[in-house]
Design a protein around this ligand. Structure first.
Ligand code: ZN
Length: 411
């Protein structure tokens, strides 16, 4: 073991890897649990100190990354090494060190106000606005005056259920959910809402604020996270409503299009892990989000509160297209069209191998990307029953093989 050979250079490479994969995938890939207390603080971001050290070991010439069980000394040892290299290590209470999955879960399950039996749109409007800003790389934190102006205008235009133009409601509530932060303010935001006290508090403090950093980072870097959150928000809040004008207003119109498909996979830069690693990590994260959605609504069933047919998961569709790498997934395909769409993407259709109405899942393990010919055969060809069996196996195998790349320990 040569932990003491590690310099700032390897630590910075490990932090860059963590930024790229996302905290959860990074921890899973290297076999670490989230740090309970000691977090490495660098350029305003927090990292799991021991996991960073283990990964950094892999950037030493001729060495490989170390898993948690492979080096002793525990967190204290890691902290001493990092401090010795001039890094700042902070103590964080465990409830602040939420994993990304927990944060996303809280986004979708966030508490809501109801008006006349319907969930109010304050919080989804606020979140979608912030998601659009993150996607465009706009600053995470914004002065209260600007937040207030932008949100009041959006609530006025899109609040379909008598929402007042009161940006303080959703911001205070999202803070309590851990999704939003007001970093300059210490202490609790008043819990009462719908009254003058909350309005006064915001008028007096005018708090600078924005999305919590892990949420902002995910919205910014992870297409499947954006789609999964959108799936969740549209399914929960916009039943029977047309969300298109709001999505256009916040700059997310393209997210909800059938064209929403992965762009060319990013090329690996020098000295970085192969692109498949981040793709597999993204696939795994996406599947987990889709499974959370299934768990909420019951696989193959629909939420009885919804009056309209639930939208199929755009996140699942996105993952299947990513997995296909632009090629028809039917092993017997005789050739897909050579042309591409206006968006320079392969002409592929995503098929649910088993009909959802007959108990199939809206999940990548039961979905395939097909060229229009194969899709037609699967829908109305005389060999469709046989093809269905083949495609089910293909979907399951391809799904599993990407998951294995993200988590070799699954074997
Ligand atoms: Zn085909």
């Amino acid at each position: 073991m040569a932990l003491t050979d590690i310099t700032r250079v390897e630590i910075e490479k490990a932090m860059a890897e963590c930024d790229r994969l996302g905290r959860e995938a990074f921890l899973a890939h290297h076999g670490f649990r989230p740090a309970r207390q000691h977090l490495l603080l660098h350029h305003g971001r927090r990292y799991d100190s021991k996991a960073i050290l283990g990964a950094a070991h892999g950037y030493l010439p001729g060495r490989r990354p170390l898993a948690a069980a492979e080096f002793s000394g525990g967190a204290k040892h890691a902290v001493a090494l990092l401090k010795g290299l001039g890094f700042e290590v902070v103590q964080d209470p465990p409830d602040r060190a939420l994993t990304q999955a927990q944060l996303l879960d809280s986004v979708v399950k966030m508490t809501t106000y109801r008006f006349a039996g319907r969930p109010a749109l304050y919080k989804p409007i606020t979140l979608l606005w912030a998601m659009g800003r993150a996607l465009r790389d706009e600053p995470r934190l914004l002065a209260w005056t600007e937040t207030e102006q932008a949100l009041a205008a959006l609530l006025g235009r899109h609040g379909a259920h008598g929402e007042k133009q009161r940006p303080d409601y959703p911001v205070a509530s999202l803070c309590r959910d851990g999704i939003w932060t007001l970093p300059d303010h210490i202490g609790d935001v008043p819990t009462a809402h719908g009254d003058a006290k909350l309005r006064r508090w915001f008028a007096e403090h005018r708090p600078r604020g924005g999305l919590a950093e892990p949420v902002y980072d995910l919205f910014r870097h992870s297409a499947v996270t954006r789609l999964a959150v959108l799936d969740g928000l549209l399914g929960t809040f916009f039943d029977g409503l047309d969300p298109a004008p709001l999505l256009a207003d916040v700059g997310l119109a393209e997210l909800d299009q059938e064209e929403a498909a992965p762009a060319e996979p990013a090329q690996g830069e020098q000295g970085r892990p192969e692109p498949w690693l981040s793709l597999a990590a993204e696939y795994e994260r996406g599947c987990r989000l889709i499974e959370q959605r299934e768990a909420r609504t019951g696989a193959g069933e629909r939420d009885p509160r919804l009056t309209h047919r639930p939208k199929r998961s755009q996140a699942a569709r996105y993952l299947v297209l990513s997995r296909s790498e632009g090629r028809c997934e039917n092993p017997g395909c005789t050739g897909q069209p050579a042309d591409v769409t206006d968006g320079r993407r392969p002409i592929l259709e995503v098929d649910h191998v088993l009909d959802l109405a007959l108990g199939g899942r809206d999940h990548p393990s039961q979905m395939v990307a097909l060229c229009p010919n194969c899709h037609a055969v699967k829908t109305r060809g005389s060999t469709r029953e046989e093809l269905r069996g083949i495609l089910l196996r293909v979907a399951e195998e391809r799904h599993r093989s990407v998951l294995l790349r993200a988590r070799p320990s699954l074997t």
